[in-house]
Design a protein around this ligand. Sequence first.
Ligand code: SAM
Length: 429
Amino acid sequence: MRPSKSLGQNFLHDQNLARWIVEQLELTPQDHLVEIGPGLGALTQFALPLCKSATLIEKDRRLAAFLRERFENDRVEILHRDALQFDVRELFPRAPVKLLGNLPYYVTSPILFHFTEEPTPVERVVITTQREFAERLAGGPDTNDYGVLSLVVQRRWRVKLAHTLPGGFFFPEPNVESAVVVLSPREPDELEDCDGARFNALVKQGFSQRRKQLRKLISAQSADDWPAVAKQIGFPETARAEELSLKQWIALTNLLACDPPKLAQDVHGEVFDIVDENDRVLRTATRHEVHTQKLLHRAVHIFVFNKAGELFLQKRSRWKDVHPSRWDSSAAGHVNAGCDYDETAAREIVEEIGVSAPVELVVKIDACKNTGWEFVHLYRAQHDGPFTLCRAEIECGAFFPLPLIERWIEARPQDFATGFIECFARFRE
Ligand code: SAM
């Protein structure tokens, strides 16, 4: 077979190195492996025995056929496809997912973003790529490599440049050096939280002209009190983009945002109506009392669908007191004392995802353990987004097809708030 230059085919032929690269992925028998561009299987052969199951995505038809013969079985699927056409949402039911790839250089950046941007089930990444690109990924302040790419990726991942490789390890030999990069997830409270879209936009603005001072690039909204901003975050007034650390960029994003994220909510004092087993109001109690004493109370859930009939799910903030970091209905909330279900549903959709849309009652669900002793009225609404997510409540969100959600709940109920599982089952009925 003649290697295709346009598909970036440079095949690894050093077995020891291949084994070492696979070791960096730290595969366990619970993991689902996704390999992009397995080629002739240089890495695949060492990775498959270490994981539970695998999806191998290869764009070259000849290689996909070869891989099928060599590796396909009931735990290994081989897709003849461009990795950029692969729907990453399909991987949520298969988590934890680890991503491996000796990637063609021309497509490394889009593939990396396609698989690692929020929300993603990918938990660790090992890629071999052009050394120059790897250095930009891992770059730190005051270096030429440090820039938008470094900051956007490093905000969510720890990046380690693990090994540089001369061209001789590959056939045909590329005329650039390669490097192995490991991306591992950050601890939940390792860095201050911030709005990812705002962070990315600010960093792009700051690095739009590398040599210019930041105060001339960051738009007028803050120019007046720039000395105070610089002092508070601890960088010189005259600093350029490359002088700020990741933590300082996050602090700057939050300081310039009108609504910086709250780290923890003071919600214990909220007051709800307590109801009897027929949903009749008895008295009021605080949120804290309601949850600790398992008192019956009221809540709403709203399912927001797009035109394609997909359901928007939110991932709850890691700071929530109940079900942190679990997936949940598009919007949901308690009915406050003296309020009714309908007005709460209309309000929650605005407060949580920032859009107003007519809500329609679907079903009333009795209080039970799964709903957290809440009587729930489930509503539906239609909206295609984009949404402005309430950062204090929600980490991220995405639309998902209903059959995929069904498979996901079946495979990994632990990923969801129990109230959502109950609502989804009733909705499907
Ligand atoms: N992993 C093999 C190895 O280490 O020997 C092959 C690496 S080679 C640098 C890149 C591989 O990616 C090739 O097999 C190529 O056909 C495949 N490829 C190129 N573009 C792709 C894309 N967009 N999606 C999936 N595979 C792709």
